[in-house]
Write a protein that binds this ligand. Structure first.
Ligand SMILES: N=CN[C@@H](CCC(=O)O)C(=O)O
Length: 262
């Protein structure tokens, strides 16, 4: 089983999809209460939604392994993304909604360290290599971290999430003009949007976003209603729903990536 899928391009644009994975390696058979629960919070259909980025010659790296094994968008030290707020951790022990994931004992320190070595490091080594490769060709590159989440998860946010949630770590992860390009397109799209609202950018955005070194990172958290139906209460019978190939947000995403990759 390959841990991630990599498409190398030559444009100054990398798409990272750390939560695209839905595979549960055999060694985790019986570890979770159910594999459906372990996969429930995946960023469903994200590689399909952004497949058009190949025509821009973007580099695309997408995880194949479920975030329940290890979360590629968390600090490998284990530090919380949002101290004091509800969130999920490096080796999450519960779903976004707070349901316990493990049938028996959750991972201890040694098991977490093993997963970091075996499942976390390879994705980040590949991502770092791609950043280095493209920076050698371009003075400035964009790392666009692709995410999506169900529109309503009361444990994480009280109201329905805006359609487009742009995260730049409070403006620290990219130069102002990159952030502005995305803001302008979202503002004229007619969809709801917010900059550095509930989702400010996870560890990938915060860690790799170094505008002073020509690496501009932006996280885009999409509300899933923009490209798939969302049942009021997901169950194994009704979730995940299919990808909507006529997703109304698709032209907006195309404009955003073209704007970041002129
Ligand atoms: N769909 C995933 N969402 C991201 C959000 C990161 C953030 O909290 O800003 C995640 O959990 O990593």
């Amino acid at each position: 089983m390959s841990l991630f899928t990599l498409r190398r391009g030559n444009a100054p644009l990398i798409l990272s999809m750390p939560h695209a994975g839905t595979e549960i390696p055999k060694e985790f058979a019986g570890v979770f209460i159910s594999d459906w629960l372990a996969r429930k919070d995946a960023d469903w259909h994200i590689p399909t939604l952004y497949a058009f980025a190949e025509t821009l010659d973007a580099t695309i790296i997408a995880a194949n392994i479920s975030r329940a094994i290890i979360d590629l968008n968390r600090d490998p030290s284990g530090a919380s993304l949002y101290p004091g707020q509800a969130t999920t951790g490096l080796c999450p022990v519960e779903s976004f909604g707070g349901e316990p994931l493990y049938a028996a004992i959750p991972p201890d320190e040694a098991e977490t360290a093993r997963r970091v070595q075996h499942y976390f490091r390879p994705y980040h080594a590949a991502l770092e290599d791609e950043i280095t490769r493209l920076r050698a060709r371009h003075d400035n590159i964009v790392l666009y971290d692709c995410h999506s989440i169900r529109s309503q998860i009361p444990r994480l946010f009280p109201d329905e999430l805006p359609q487009f949630n742009i995260g730049t770590n409070g403006g620290a992860s990219c130069a102002p003009n990159y952030q502005a390009r995305v803001e302008v397109i979202c503002a004229r799209s007619g969809f709801s949007w917010v900059l550095n609202g509930r989702f400010k950018g996870g560890w990938i955005t915060r860690h790799y976003g170094q505008p002073q070194n020509g690496v501009h990172a932006i996280q885009m958290e999409l509300a899933m209603r923009g490209y798939m139906d969302e049942p009021a209460a997901p169950t194994p019978e009704n979730w995940p729903t299919a990808f909507n190939p006529s997703a109304p947000i698709l032209p907006v995403l195309q404009d955003i990536l073209k704007g970041l990759c002129p």
